[in-house]
Write a protein that binds this ligand. Structure first.
Ligand SMILES: NC(=O)c1ccc[n+]([C@@H]2O[C@H](COP(=O)([O-])OP(=O)(O)OC[C@H]3O[C@@H](n4cnc5c(N)ncnc54)[C@H](O)[C@@H]3O)[C@@H](O)[C@H]2O)c1
Length: 389
């Protein structure tokens, strides 16, 4: 029997991970057409090649953007391709830059991205942190002169795949309203920490320190939908539900929203990220980072990457995590929805893509990709019927 593709927020049972999980398809829309994952990577790689990158760097970004869409974070996948290409074409990002180590002291290193693509810088830094963690038990790398590096979870997953705890965070263009202010003080400053448990279960937190990432407001515009109250302020300096006005104003609420609902904690977390990123690396920080999509200044973002070997502290951490996750998942539910841990929605999204044989994009995004293919002179993405409708 045909099964309707899930929209926005719907519960599905996922026996392979032992829980029901939320599948959030920010851009999927019930279409029975999907794009195979390797086709997404190919398309992004070819567009970036046309914009001047090497095959290898194009592949790195392609794999990253595909992974964002694969895990349900459509705000940070193909949705961002035009922006990266434009930055390369206008040379505000250097297509030929190679990240290099500036300071290297045992478990710690400082890297400059030399204004290259953020995904390339991020991969380089996390590989270095992993190498150090294997040698010293912990590796910590900060980067400056970097660019927008996509989803944080991509880098933590690199460490998790090696049996390590991964951590990363980045500063971003200022768009968070500091508590008690209607001015932009800090960015959406996302962070991620992940660890795999002994039974293959995992905790994989990946979150902006604003109530939402700006990309989610862009997606609401694409879908012609309002945004929930508490996400952003409008042009009048008050909380708005108008997605267009919110995007134009680009003044997001910190995680927690206004002061009465503990927004100052999100503000504090974003400042913590800034300490590890711009302050530690010597890149731009806080309101000094260029405005979002500013075409005149380089971004010079600061980023932080950590890999930690749990075995360096003694045995049993992964077993303990496995017990803890089981205990949390089996707490008495407050509603008819199952208890999730961070990373579950993304796993469910990936399972769904695997079942369908590809990623389900919103028709507007597919149309945009087709137009972009023509503009870039590359083969458009091949769309195939979904295996399960
Ligand atoms: N590079 C950048 O400049 C930048 C800026 C902002 C955000 N981002 C990325 O955007 C993506 C989206 O960020 P976001 O803050 O909107 O994420 P989100 O709100 O969708 O999810 C945040 C975290 O909560 C977990 N989660 C969701 N529902 C849950 C539930 N019911 N129970 C338990 N855990 C649950 C998720 O697994 C995730 O780890 C992230 O990948 C982030 O790294 C990047």
């Amino acid at each position: 029997m045909a099964r309707r593709l899930l929209t926005a927020t719907k519960l599905v049972s996922r026996s392979s991970i032992g829980v029901g999980t939320i599948h959030r398809t920010m851009a999927s829309c019930g279409t029975s057409q999907v794009v195979p994952k390797e086709e997404v990577v190919r398309f992004v790689r070819e567009c970036l090649r046309k914009a001047g990158t090497s095959e290898k760097d194009g592949q790195t970004v392609g794999h990253h953007l595909m992974t964002a869409d694969y895990s349900g974070h459509f705000s940070h996948g193909m949705n961002r391709l035009r922006m990266y290409v434009q930055d390369l074409e206008t040379k505000i990002t250097d297509a030929h830059a190679k990240p290099r180590i500036v300071n290297d002291f045992q478990a710690v290193a400082l890297v400059t991205g030399d204004n290259g693509l953020g995904h390339v810088v991020g991969k380089f830094c996390m590989e270095l942190a992993i190498e150090k963690a294997k040698k010293f038990g912990i590796g910590m790398v900060t980067a400056r002169s970097s660019n927008h590096y996509g989803i944080c979870g991509y880098y933590t997953r690199m460490a998790m795949d090696q049996g390590l705890i991964g951590f990363t965070c980045t500063n971003t263009s200022p768009m968070m309203a500091a508590t008690r202010s209607k001015g932009k003080g800090l960015g959406t400053n996302p962070l991620s920490l992940g660890m795999t448990a002994s039974d293959g279960d995992r905790f994989h937190l990946d979150m902006a320190t604003t109530a939402v990432a700006l990309g989610k407001i862009e997606l609401a515009i694409t879908k012609k939908e309002p945004i929930p109250p508490g996400w952003a302020m409008g042009s009048d300096g008050k909380v708005t539900t108008d997605s267009e006005d919110a995007y134009k104003t680009s003044l997001l609420m910190p995680l927690g929203g206004e002061e009465q609902t503990s927004g100052y904690k999100g503000f504090g977390l974003a400042l913590m990220v800034e300490v590890l990123c711009g302050i530690l690396s010597g890149g731009q920080f806080g309101p000094n980072v260029r405005q979002w999509k500013d075409k005149k200044r380089v971004a010079d973002l600061g980023q932080c990457f950590m890999a930690i070997n749990p075995e360096a502290f003694g045995p049993g951490s992964q077993e303990r995590l496995s017990i803890l996750l089981k205990q949390l998942r089996s707490l008495p539910p407050a509603t008819d929805k199952p208890i999730l841990v961070a990373g579950d929605p993304e796993r469910a999204a990936m399972e769904r893509v695997d079942e369908n044989g590809g990623i389900s994009y919103h028709p507007n995004q597919l149309k945009d990709a087709e137009e972009f293919a023509e503009q870039m002179g590359v083969e458009p993405m091949k769309v195939v019927p979904a295996k399960i409708h």
